[in-house]
Structure formats: C-alpha cells, structure tokens
Design a protein around this ligand. Structure first.
Ligand code: GMT
Length: 375
C-alpha cells in the first residue's frame, strides 16, 4: 500500500508512535510517506520505502500566525496526487484531521477518493481539543474521518464524553518494539551516574504541567532518605525550572541529573531500576511501556489509560494523582527488596510483550485493508 502518515515530528508520544508505525509498515513492504514540518526524531535510518515530505509555511508580514493548516492541506494534496496514495493516516486530531478533510475534498474534485484514518492520542482530546476555541472543528473533522482509532479504552471513553462523535472509535493500543529495548546496561555508563552502586530512578517526558514533575522530585526526595539512589530526568520543557528549584529546596539537587532530550532512550532505560510517571492524565503512557519493555518497573498514577498497561502489584504500582506518600512508599518497598524488584522487572517485560509491535501493527494493516484491498 501507499500510505501517507501525518504527525508531529517531535519527541512527544504521538510523533514517536506514528514514526515507529511508519517504519514498521515500510519494513513490511508498504510505501510510507511522512508529511510533517520537520524530520521526525525517530526517523533516523534509511529505508527505500520511506519518503519524507516537508510542509513549508511561507511567512509574510501580514501573517502574525502563519497558516500551517493551509500549508499542510496543500502538501497533502500534492503528495496524494503525485504518489497515488491509497490512504492518509493522521496522528493527533489538531490540526491534522481537519487539514486531511480539506485535502480529501480537494482531491475529490479531481476524481480521487482517499480514505482518512484519524488516530486520537490524548491531549488532542483531553486538553487542547476540548477547548471551546477548537472543539467544533475537532468534532467535525473526527466525524468526517473514515475510521477513528484511540490509543486506549480510556481515551475512547473520554472522546465520547467530550465530543458528539457519531462513529465507532476503535481502540488500537500503542505498541513498542520490544526487541529494541531488551538491552544489557553498560556498566561503565551506570558507574558514571551511580558511582557507589546507587539505585537509578528515571523520569522521561516533555515536562509539561500535566506530568506533575514536582511530584517526581518529592518522591525522589523521600526515596533517597531510605535507599541510596540517583534520579535522571530525560526530556525538557516548561516545568524544568520548577523541578530544579524544588530539588534545591529539598536538598536533593546534587543527586539529580537533567540529561535533556535523548534519542537513545533504550540505553538509559537499560541502566535504570525504576520509572516514575506522576501525570495528572495519560491517555496511554508510551514512555511507561518503553520502560517496561526494558524491564524497568513503573510507579505511576492511576490516571487515564495507565491502568491498562501498568498492573498494580505486578509490573509496578499505581496510586491516585498527587499521592506522593503512597508512591514514595511503593518505590522504597521495591528498591529495597532485590527479589521483589527482579520479579517486577520480569513481569514488566512480560506485560510489554502483549504490546509488542508484531501484535499491534497488523491491527492497523487490517484496518487499512477495509478501505483498500491491496495488502
Ligand atoms: O505526553 C504528551 O504530552 C505528548 C502527547 C503527544 O500527543 O505526543 O502524548 C500523548 O500521546 C501518547 C502516544 O499515544 C500517549 O502515550 C500519551 O499518554 C499522551 N499524553 C497524554 O495523554 C497527556
């Protein structure tokens, strides 16, 4: 098939998932055309079946806000017509679903019919999409999609709760390439971070408010009093200064490293003992699934779709949002009991196997096949 994938090119989960999906489809022989404004971060290898089409947004003094959606729809039209795409799969509703609707109408005038599949990822529904400014367009363009998928049961329910959706939303959970994350940690790297054999805790995100990274610092400050440990923050974002100043206030700054945005997260996971995800909401929590694939148990909140991947008392622990004391207690319990920790590590890997790329990608292919009998 010739598939157009539209996504955000950044480190965010939706862009990562879309890129990994495109790469997997290309490996299976499909021709994949990425349409976005920058080379996606995980699109870091050559594959003869992968094409990248950059959306350029010309500026003009009149534009206080350059019209990205118009540029995106026009690029979609160009790619559909010149590459005879079989379908468009857009990740994250805003503005990809509405731009796809526009592109679909335009190519229809030329006698081309292109199915549009929209995958909802989370904040396009729960934070941004719900905003009155966007809601009518989001509702309309989701309803106009030929198929809609959500990355968790929770997100499916949230979407029905927030918007008047007249169609079925199919749940296709996010996936992970398990083989890529089954790495043995490099001892020398571990020693750089934890020279005296301390435990290594990890948080990775875009450090937005919804992640509540202050809770990560507070949990760590409780843990370090009982278990010698270090904390790694991977990623970057608006809440970093808040986390930094809180860690100074709590006297744990020297035990924490902010290592910035990292492409090779699997190398860091391979030396980590525990992943912390304190979010107020996660439609899925792809970062937690990647941690589990690497055999790193997860202490998380029970928000959104997290209970669909993190099994309380088996792969990690769940606690109510903001319940720092409970999360700290669970972290200390796990980190100070070698046997318990290693059984959780194994459970985490087993659980991630259920979300392996080889199980989930065929579900997307099956969905595509409903619209195009060319697989
Ligand atoms: O986590 C973020 O804020 C980024 C966001 C995105 O759209 O890239 O992530 C969302 O999509 C991911 C992939 O489906 C999910 O794993 C994340 O849980 C979801 N984030 C939220 O719901 C806050």
């Amino acid at each position: 098939m010739r598939i157009g994938i539209v996504c955000y090119p950044t480190f965010g989960g939706s862009g990562v998932l879309a890129t990994e999906l495109g790469k997997a489809l290309a490996d299976k022989g499909h021709q994949v055309h990425f349409i976005t404004y920058q080379q996606p971060v995980r699109l870091n290898e050559f594959n003869a079946n992968i094409f990248y089409h950059e959306v350029r947004v010309p500026t003009y003094p009149l534009f206080d806000y350059p019209p990205y959606e118009t540029a995106l729809a026009s690029t979609m039209v160009d790619v559909i017509m010149n590459n005879r795409l079989d379908l468009l799969h857009v990740h994250y509703a805003i503005p990809h679903a509405s731009a796809a609707f526009m592109a679909k109408q335009i190519v229809m005038k030329a006698g081309i019919s292109i199915p549009v599949i929209t995958t909802l990822h989370g904040t396009d529904i729960t934070l941004v999409g719900r905003d009155k400014t966007y809601a009518p367009v989001v509702t309309f363009s989701i309803n106009e999609s030929d198929a809609i998928t959500a990355v968790s049961n929770n997100l499916r329910e949230e979407t029905y709760r927030s918007f008047r959706i007249e169609k079925d939303i199919e749940v296709i959970h996010n996936f992970v390439d398990v083989a890529r994350f089954r790495k043995k940690g490099i001892d020398a790297f571990r020693r750089v971070i934890a020279p005296s054999g301390e435990r290594i805790l990890l948080h990775a995100s875009n450090f937005r408010k919804v992640k509540r990274i202050e809770d990560v610092v507070r949990i760590f400050s409780n843990v370090v009093k009982k278990v010698p440990s270090k904390l790694l923050f991977v990623g970057d974002g608006p809440e970093r200064p808040v986390a930094e100043s809180l860690s100074r206030e709590l006297g744990v700054f020297d035990e924490i490293r902010f290592v910035g945005k990292q492409e090779q997260i699997e190398e860091i996971l391979a030396i980590s003992d525990l992943f912390l995800l304190t979010s107020e909401y996660e439609s899925f929590g792809l970062a937690a699934l990647e941690a589990m694939a690497a055999g790193v148990p997860v202490i998380s909140t029970n928000a959104g779709g997290l209970p669909e991947i993190n099994v309380h008392g088996e792969t990690g622990f769940l606690a109510p949002v903001g319940d720092v004391e409970t999360m700290s207690r669970h972290a200390i319990e796990l980190l100070s009991n070698k046997e318990l920790l290693s059984s959780f590590k194994k459970n985490a890997m087993d659980q991630s196997d259920r979300f392996d790329i080889h199980h989930i990608v065929p579900r997307y292919e099956k969905l595509y096949n409903r619209f195009c009998d060319c697989i």
